[in-house]
Design a binder for this molecule. Structure first.
Ligand SMILES: Cc1ncc(COP(=O)(O)O)c(C=O)c1O
Length: 401
């Protein structure tokens, strides 16, 4: 069977290979005193809070399970708009919000609405792998621009200007980022948007981790800049609803009918039950719970990152959001007599029963040096993982002597 070149362009998701291997080994060691600790997982270890679960059950019982309009329940769009007002002090009218099947569908819709065949989109290296594949699926080309720790692993206005070519259509950023958990400083973001706008380009920003920000200097939505910024968001991370497949897209008003037409045809609508459930996310009780969980994520970060540094797994930039640590494993790997983050990931999995994600999927610049740890795991698991890594390093040291 002939496979489309579009499908062939989509690279394999190597993370899944590691996850598969970790899953297989986890079954073998499940009943030992060292079961697998999964620090490779990019989703919260919390589930939707009680009011959200009850709202879903109520919707099912009431038979509120037909399609909704393609842009989502008006009431939910209003609630999301209210969240921007309350939390970020930004006025985002509900009519500019399109509810989608996760950020993934939002990214797909934005790319299909705006990218012509051959258009190039600049994004940072490292960045979330699927984002470049959304561009590719729309027949565009993701151009990865290497970034440094000094730049918080984000694009700068200067770099965007330097990388801009006749084919460039815009930028796709993520702030806070996966895999680094670092954000773009608001002033820099403004400058990037200025550079892009002057060239008639588009600024797409994936703000899926924005709710999980720990530093006021960064915890601002790009939507505060102007109405032309396109923001992608989700109920997956801050709202702990990964499998419910619900997110949203904020677009300039003129783009709403275009995105609506695409959404009607490609998805019909996002899950109705999830939409009714999500209404309860914005109740005071739910927000209080989400804020408790955000504090827990921050406490894990505050404990875990210095521990990694002390082990020689240097995290060059303290993450200001999300639940990741992007650590340079070069010197630790050398101690183990191996090189590169791919082998490091397999060694920690085999020897310490700690699963982590090698940098490979996230780009090409320095990703062979870096691994991504996820702190979306309990403090007890994080502590045990550090103990095992410490023991592994000590054993390697003894062997080397
Ligand atoms: C940066 C980023 N964007 C988008 C997504 C997709 O999220 P969703 O579950 O909302 O489709 C993820 C998921 O991990 C992510 O990390």
């Amino acid at each position: 069977m002939r496979i489309s070149t579009r499908a062939q362009r989509i690279e394999p998701f190597y993370v899944m290979e590691v996850a598969k291997a970790a899953g297989a080994l986890a079954r073998e060691v499940a009943h030992t005193d060292r079961p697998m600790i999964f620090l490779n997982i990019g989703e919260p270890d919390f589930t939707a809070p009680p009011l959200v679960q009850e709202a879903a059950a109520r919707a099912v019982r009431a038979g509120a399970t037909q399609y909704t309009q393609a842009t989502g329940l008006d009431h939910l769009r209003e609630r999301i708009s209210g969240w921007y007002r309350q939390r970020f002090n930004v006025d985002v009218p509900a009519r500019r919000i399109v509810v989608t099947a996760g950020a993934s569908a939002a990214l797909q819709l934005a790319c299909l609405a705006l990218i012509e065949s051959g258009d190039e989109i600049l994004m940072p290296d490292p960045s979330y792998p699927c984002n470049r594949h959304f561009v590719s699926a729309a027949d565009g080309k993701a151009v990865l621009v290497p970034t440094t720790a000094e730049e918080r692993f984000q694009l700068t206005a200067d770099k965007v200007e330097a990388a801009w070519s006749d084919k460039t259509r815009g930028v796709l950023l993520a702030s806070p980022s996966n895999p680094t958990g670092t954000s773009i400083a608001p002033d820099e973001l403004r400058r990037i948007h200025e550079v892009v706008s002057k060239r008639g380009g588009i600024t797409l920003i994936d703000e899926i981790y924005l709710g999980l920000s720990y530093d006021d200097a960064f915890a601002q939505t790009a939507l505060a800049i102007d109405d032309n910024v396109i923001s992608i968001n989700s109920f997956s991370k801050y709202f702990n609803m990964t499998g419910w497949r619900l997110g949203w897209l904020v677009v300039p008003e003129a783009l709403v009918p275009v995105v609506e037409r695409l959404a009607q045809n490609l998805f019909i609508c996002a899950s109705t039950v999830s939409q009714y459930a999500a209404l309860a996310c914005f109740e005071e009780e739910s927000i209080a719970e989400y804020e408790r969980r955000r504090a827990e994520f921050k406490a894990r970060r505050d404990w875990f990152i210095p521990q990694l540094d002390a082990l020689g797994l240097r995290v060059p930039v303290m993450p200001d959001g999300a639940f990741y640590a992007w650590a340079d494993c070069t010197s630790f790997a050398e101690k183990l007599g191996i090189s590169g983050s791919w082998d490091f990931a397999f060694e920690t999995m085999k020897r310490a029963h700690v699963a982590v994600t090698p940098g490979r999927d996230f780009g090409t610049a320095e990703t062979a040096k870096f691994v991504r740890f996820s702190t979306a795991s309990s403090m007890a698991h994080l502590q045990e993982a550090i103990e095992r890594l410490r023991a592994m390093a000590a054993m390697a040291g003894t062997r080397a002597q």
